[in-house]
Design a protein around this ligand. Structure first.
Ligand code: IPM
Ligand code: MN
Length: 343
């Protein structure tokens, strides 16, 4: 679907895409027993950008960890050095009523979560399930950040805030965790280089509460891998559905990965119910952040707005009086909207 949209917009703007497919996750496990075959990673490395669909499914849930789909995704992020994950949570005026929160709380919310993606407790050593002296098992993960890891994601946070509303909120757990104390110290020091940015700090528990209490206080949030994972889901839900939200994962150089924030939703697989818009908007993010084609990105984003203007909704964003459509039909309507001359 997103590929069809890219082809359509490519035709209009005379951009030629050279699409290649590579296996990751469940299909890769079935074909090669590995969630990220070396050939797939290499193919991604050779590309200008990677558009990723969601991974995971019941079938692969009980495999050993090194063979799970999720491990493939983590290996892709690590393999391409994608330390910065941008997850926007923007409320579209059309969808205010799809939010589970009151209109006055969510109307106008526009947050960007900048999540560190290749460090922290997801990757820290030691990790594993070990046996203690008494023969009991002990599960271990390590939350660790070096100064340079904090600085580089911190800079992305400040730079992102600069292009947006000029406010950056750094989220940590510095009242308990040493790794967070270092995080807070470094972010505070970095702030000297960005006098124009209004920096604040929140503990992650408070940040979660503030996100649902009064989300409009946030502009840009910068945080570590695990806190960002959790807070970005919470921020996503403010918008009514995680089915609308794209993300970009970027490194210092090389291709970025663009994927929806949502997972593979195995509970509705094959029912033509899923909302394709997050995947399509991920393609738009790819054009903007990965391929330097902002007008093509604009075109896709405008087409999405148009479809919503026309009143079409998938189930996850449906509300009274709207035209309920399935995934495929939503795609077809989107292609129609794209084909319309600009207003
Ligand atoms: C996400 C997902 C992944 C994560 C999983 C699937 C490994 O939840 O992209 O947010 O935790 O990063
Ligand atoms: Mn997640």
């Amino acid at each position: 679907m997103a590929v069809d949209v890219l082809k359509a917009v490519g035709q209009q703007l005379e951009i030629t895409f050279d699409f290649q497919e590579a296996l990751i996750g469940g299909v890769a496990i079935d074909a090669t027993e590995e969630p990220l075959p070396a050939a797939s990673l290499e193919q991604c490395r050779q590309s200008d950008a990677v558009l990723l669909a969601a991974i995971g499914g019941y079938k692969w849930d009980n495999l050993p960890r090194h063979q799970r789909p999720e491990t493939g995704l983590l290996a892709l992020r690590a393999g391409l050095g994608l330390f910065a994950n941008l997850r926007p949570a923007t409320i579209l005026p059309h969808l205010v009523d799809a939010s589970s929160l009151k209109r006055e709380v969510v109307e106008g919310v526009d947050i960007m979560v900048v999540r560190e993606l290749t460090g922290g407790v997801y990757f820290g050593q030691p990790k594993g399930i070990f046996e203690t002296e008494t023969g009991e098992k002990r599960g271990v993960n390590t939350m660790a950040y070096t100064e340079s890891e904090i600085d580089r994601i911190g800079r992305v946070g400040f730079e992102t805030a600069k292009k947006r509303g000029g406010k950056l909120c750094s989220v940590d757990k510095a009242n308990v965790l040493d790794v967070s104390q270092l995080w807070r110290d470094r972010i505070t020091q970095l702030a000297d280089q960005y006098p124009e940015i209004e920096l604040s700090h929140l503990y992650v528990d408070n940040a979660a509460m503030q996100l649902v209490r009064w989300p409009k206080q946030f502009d840009t949030i910068v945080t570590g891998n695990l806190f960002g994972d959790i807070l970005s889901d919470a921020a996503a839900m403010l918008t009514g559905s995680i089915g609308m939200l794209p993300s970009a994962s970027l490194g210092e150089s090389g291709p970025g990965v663009f994927e929806p924030v949502h997972g593979s939703a195995p509970d509705i697989a094959g029912q033509d119910k899923a909302n394709p818009l997050a995947q399509v908007l991920s393609a738009a993010m790819m054009l903007r952040y990965g391929l330097d084609q902002p007008s093509a990105a604009d075109k896709i984003e405008q087409a999405v707005l148009k479809v919503l203007d026309w009143g079409y909704r998938t189930g996850d964003i449906g509300s009274e009086g709207m035209k309920l459509v399935g995934c495929r039909e939503m795609g077809e309507i989107l292609l129609k909207a794209l084909a319309e001359p600009d207003a």
